[in-house]
Ligand binder design. Structure first.
Ligand SMILES: C[S@@+](CC[C@H](N)C(=O)[O-])C[C@H]1O[C@@H](n2cnc3c(N)ncnc32)[C@H](O)[C@@H]1O
Length: 484
């Protein structure tokens, strides 16, 4: 109960800050949502009243957002052009002003907002990876959790975690050059910088940066600050909105910049209800984070969309599996130096990687990128005796089929790549069966300390189940002679 009321107090403080400091309207006519417990997903946003389609839900003043426009002057470029990226800058700000355990943030600018951010990311796979490295021999639990993940999930996670470590190093180098940032902090608890600049900083500092970085990664949304739509600056942390959980089917909240500010970038952020739906009082208000595959949701956000066993295979739920490791292994096990040649050509032509199989739309199918890569491999393999030293004519034939100038390279080539897809599906099926078995054997080592264990296991099992059902379905398509 104490915890519940603590959260409620933080929410009330946030609203007071938004109203008194930033002039936000927080009466029920202007703020139609509130933060409540969302079982299985932490906190969530809920409607305080019925809201008709396209009605205003709330408007967050521009100055209450955390982005390069509102904090950029605190973190100017360093002497040798050392500039922080938006992710690094916002992460640094959160890192410097992380709330004390069980307390609030002393940040004079955004304290009441930072105090509402989640404190615990122990179920996020990025945390498992960082702790495995920090705790070394004591990181056995984290190691077995990581080893229980499907290989493609582990691989995507490694890429994400590499970004985290690179950002941490950049932020440390920046602070080393601009030590006055820490020296001038009046209210932050980061008053001493000694360990920060040592070769191996205290684990607690790394974990605080991880907390900051995960908040940025899981809560920032697109917000136009730069005239170029693809600029990395176009992101922000946004109070209230960042309590919205994801649903794959639709968005109840539609972000938009206030029309009267459309000439100016970085105006107040207005959120309206969906134009095709009425929101019912007390219903949860969802934001669709994007059409992400479950492995992406898992590594970026630490959860997966829930679905019923069998529904991917029945075509009711869409599933996707990344098979890059198996395709690379196929190339590596090919004759001679073929792997090197194939990689070089596919990289040059923009077809390296992102090789997936999909359960929908029917028929379940390999991605075009996967078919294209396999076509090249088999064409080279069939002609390597004569052409590997000069693959230009082979590549030309492959390119023609890729660009649709010819329908196919040859019937034999079609048969070969289809057989490879079937082999890949069989491998995925086998390892999904083994992987599921291994996860079921994993034990919660500290029942009292990991209350969310069964939820973590459910997510990992669903990732394996998706691998199983998608690959079975694609194998069925291949064996039935489906054309893709
Ligand atoms: C933008 S925050 C949403 C608010 C968050 N639930 C909280 O307690 O502050 C994103 C995080 O919420 C959780 N989340 C969002 N949608 C979810 C869902 N459908 N199922 C489970 N967790 C979800 C994940 O932990 C994710 O990283």
């Amino acid at each position: 109960m104490a915890n519940l009321s603590h959260h409620h107090d933080l929410w009330i403080s946030l609203l007071s800050w938004l109203r008194d400091k930033h002039g936000m309207k927080t009466d029920i006519d202007s703020l139609a949502v509130e933060c409540r417990d969302a079982p299985g997903a932490g906190k969530g946003l809920f409607a305080l009243k019925d809201c008709s389609p396209s009605s205003a839900l709330f408007t967050v003043p521009a100055r209450a957002l955390i982005n390069v426009k509102t904090i950029g002057s605190l973190y100017p470029p360093g002497p040798e052009g050392h500039e922080l990226s938006p992710v690094q800058m916002i992460s640094l700000h959160l890192f410097l002003h992380k709330p004390q355990e069980g307390g609030i943030s002393n940040d004079p600018l955004f304290g009441p907002y930072l105090s509402t951010l989640p404190r615990d990311f122990s179920g996020h796979p990025c945390t498992w990876s960082v702790n495995e490295r920090l705790l070394k021999n004591d990181g056995g639990l984290e190691r077995s959790l990581l080893q229980s993940l499907p290989p493609c999930v582990r691989r995507s996670l490694q890429q994400l975690v590499s970004r985290l470590w690179a950002d941490w190093e950049t932020v440390r180098s920046y602070l080393r050059l601009k030590q006055e940032i820490i020296q001038n902090l009046k209210t932050s608890r980061r008053t001493s910088a000694e360990s920060l600049f040592s070769e191996s900083p205290d684990n607690s500092l790394v974990q605080d940066f991880l907390w900051a970085w995960l908040n940025v990664n899981t809560r920032c949304i697109h917000y136009r600050l730069d005239s170029s739509i693809s600029s990395p600056k176009n992101m922000t942390l946004c109070p209230i909105l960042d309590f919205a959980n994801h649903t794959p089917s639709h968005s109840d909240i539609i972000p938009q910049l206030r029309a009267s500010h459309s000439h100016a970038l970085g105006g107040d952020y207005v959120f309206k209800s969906n134009s095709a739906r009425t929101l019912r009082k007390n219903s949860e208000v969802f934001l669709r984070y994007g059409g992400h595959a479950n492995r992406t949701l898992f590594i970026e956000y630490g959860f997966v969309n829930l679905w019923e066993e069998g529904s991917v295979e029945r075509g009711e739920v869409s599933g996707e599996v990344d098979v890059q490791d198996l395709v690379e292994a196929l190339f590596e096990n090919g004759p001679g130096f073929i792997a090197k040649v194939v990689k070089q050509i596919l990289e040059d032509e923009g077809y390296w990687g992102d090789w997936t199989i999909h359960s929908s739309p029917a028929p379940a199918h390999p991605s075009y990128r996967l078919i294209t890569a396999l076509r090249l491999y088999h064409h080279l393999k069939q002609n390597m005796a004569t052409h590997l030293s000069d693959p230009v004519p082979i590549v030309d034939e492959w390119r023609k089929a890729t660009l649709g100038e010819t329908e196919r390279i040859s019937d034999q080539n079609e048969e070969c790549w289809r057989n490879s897809v079937a082999d890949i599906c069989e491998s995925v099926i086998q390892r999904a069966v083994d992987g599921t078995q291994a996860v079921k054997l994993l034990q919660n080592p500290h029942e009292d300390r990991i209350p969310d264990w069964s939820q973590w296991m459910q997510s990992i099992l669903l990732l394996w189940q998706e691998e199983l059902e998608v690959s079975r379905r694609v194998l069925y398509s291949i064996r039935s002679g489906e054309e893709f």
